[in-house]
Design a protein around this ligand. Sequence first.
Ligand SMILES: Cc1ncc(COP(=O)(O)O)c(C=O)c1O
Length: 381
Amino acid sequence: MIDRAAAVALDAADPLAAFRDRFHIPDAGVIYLDGNSLGMPPKRTLERLTEVYEKDWATDLIRSWDHWVDLPQRVGNALAPLIGAAPGEVVLHDNTTLNVYQAVHGAIALRPDRRVIAISPDDFPTDRYVVDGIAAATGHTVRHGFDRLDDVAVMVRSVIDYRTAALVDVASETARAHAAGAMVVWDLSHAAGAIEIDLRKCGAQLAIGCTYKYLNGGPGAPAWTFVARELHDTIRQPIWGWFATKDQFAMGPTFQPRADIARMMLGTPSILALVAAECGISLSAEAGMAAIQAKGRKLTQLAIELCDQFGFTTPTPRDPAQRGNHVAIEHSDAKAVVRELSARNVIFDFREPNIVRAGCSPLTTRFVDVFDGVSAIAQAR
Ligand SMILES: Cc1ncc(COP(=O)(O)O)c(C=O)c1O
């Protein structure tokens, strides 16, 4: 029997506990288990936004573009070690949806003899919709599932399932796809800043993800694209914008893709959003992905044990090495429960058809939040 005192004791022993003070907590009573949809705001973000507003924008005006222009790559370099990318392999830009679109187009152009795009029918909607849209425009066939990889140009796949938190073995699935001649676009939206992942070691060549979840980059924070260096000369993306061209300010007559990661960019990036993303990413870097993953596993372990205690079923894997940092709690009245608890300042996500999703964000979620949150679901019935 786990009681609240046990959760309090886990918080007292938590090496990452102090990080919570680096975030703005709106109300001491809030129980926030939705950092996997929108991470909490780092206090430093507000200071940095004010600095950039006052000094760069309001004082230096357009001269600030001298150091703003490569900010997408610089923040990409700050993110790179958190996902096992090398410097120069990651750029922050636009949103995940757009980045999936570009990466899938880039991949199918590298496999012109193949006609299939493979994706799970259970993957996050935007990934599926983008794939369907590309197939409708190019004449590719969409295949649901990854058992057969014949004729597959690219497999598009989330590393962590947005509903169950099941974690895919990125290394072995990348190797299997590459052996079959297919490219892979990995979606790390629920993995970046949540678990340790080494894209290079896994042999991954293309990946994308957002920064507004575990990386605490802010609402609508720019997403990112990873392209392994060996593809920098050859990958072609479909939207030819001036930030991706060689010698951008020469204003030349035709688009000449840059030979580096910036060839994935489009137009003028949102500097304030990049500054905010940089603050969130730097907190994860400071804490270290090993410590973040270790705490994430303990938080989700507690959530699963509480599910057992209160008689909830969960499709989330019980092996910590096979799950991300959220737990899906099945409830016949999940939607109403999430709404009712939110009104009482206990914040979860609802996911169709019957899931209360408990996001455990290691820099801000306390063990006691998990205890109080899952207890509140049990009391809400
Ligand atoms: C796996 C995955 N891909 C993509 C997205 C969202 O895409 P976007 O950032 O373009 O809204 C989400 C959002 O939760 C997601 O979980």
